[in-house]
Design a protein. Structure first.
Ligand code: SIN
Length: 324
């Protein structure tokens, strides 16, 4: 009788399952074209790491991932984690919105059995495709005892990252996924954690806040360039936004001519968050109470998800924790 851990491989699409007409083509391909059995067949030795059960959930390019998909994925992951015969879940995903899905799952899943996302920059059909090694290492990490209670993890390019920390930092390079603020949590081969994950926000969204939900409240991101028109804010609200994240210059600096629009949003009880266009650094919390709240460490995409979840859960305590 095998003593290998039982893992569920949940597939959602992405370049890791991508197929091009030519093995030299790394940009013109169809993401999510391959089914899980083809992914597994490309990785000799997987069966020595774990007993895998496949669940083919989506076959999409992650640019098309929507909040409704996150909720569906969350429900599937919760379903598998609740099974006594499932020891962990590995999720294949596209790199383009990997940071959003990883952050969403990190906030919604209390630490416990390993949940590991992986992805690839080159399609499965490419010479030197990176997907097979990434999948092998993701399974190795999910099968490892040290990966329990670390929150949602991301394994790519030989690194173990905290799902909450990652961003995509390059459009085409193989090492496009990084954790600029905190670095990797560990190495994927052999599996070694350098330090534990920061878990203060892991699973902080109460499960009952999302139970039965098929959508999240609409939150729009507005990119504020020099001279951008503040009427964009009112336009987003007219189109149905329940919250707005501003990708602002510098330390979340609101241009003077946007203050009036921000005040009008506040008067309509529309939450506005000041995030930043800058790649690194926090937006500091301000003492000026007329300024919209700061995003703290969250970039615009992550602040948007945090605000969606705060609006869905409806508790000020959660907002404070999310934007700490
Ligand atoms: C995608 O995000 O689905 C396509 C791009 C990629 O996976 O690298």
């Amino acid at each position: 009788m095998s003593t290998l851990p039982h893992l569920t491989l949940l597939t959602t699409g992405g370049t890791i399952a991508g197929q091009a007409a030519s093995s030299a083509d790394t940009t013109g391909y169809t993401a999510g074209a391959l089914d899980p059995s083809a992914l597994i067949a490309a990785v000799p030795g997987l069966g020595e790491l774990a007993q895998l059960q496949c669940d083919s959930l989506l076959s999409i390019d992650s640019k098309d991932m929507c909040p409704a998909h996150w909720l569906t994925l969350l429900a599937r992951v919760q379903h598998h984690l609740a099974r006594p015969d499932c020891d962990g879940v590995v999720i294949t995903h596209g790199t383009d919105t990997l940071e959003e899905t990883a952050w969403f799952l990190h906030l919604c899943l209390p630490p416990g059995k390993p949940v590991v996302l992986t992805a690839a920059m080159r399609p499965a059909s490419a010479l030197s495709a990176d997907g097979p090694m990434n999948l092998y290492q993701a399974v190795a990490v999910a099968a490892h005892a040290a990966s329990a209670n670390q929150g949602v993890l991301v394994v790519v390019n030989g690194h173990i990252f905290a799902g909450a920390d990652i961003v995509k930092t390059d459009t085409q390079a193989l090492d496009a996924i990084d954790a600029p603020a905190r670095g990797p949590l560990g190495a994927a081969q052999p599996v070694q954690f350098y330090h534990p994950a920061a878990l203060t926000q892991a699973g902080c969204v109460p499960a009952d806040a999302l139970a039965g939900q098929t959508e999240l409240p609409r939150v729009d991101i507005l990119y504020v360039a020099a001279g951008s028109d503040p009427d964009l804010l009112a336009a987003a609200i007219e189109r149905g936004a329940k919250g707005i994240v501003l990708a602002l210059p510098g330390n979340g600096s609101l241009p003077a001519n946007w203050q009036c629009a921000a005040d009008a949003a506040r008067a309509r009880a529309i939450a506005v968050i000041r995030s930043t266009r800058v790649a690194h650094g926090r937006v500091a919390h301000a003492t000026d109470t007329m300024l919209p709240a700061a995003s703290g460490a969250l970039n615009p995409a992550k602040a948007r998800i945090a605000l969606m979840l705060a609006l869905a859960a409806g508790t000020p305590e959660l907002s404070a924790r999310l934007f700490a």
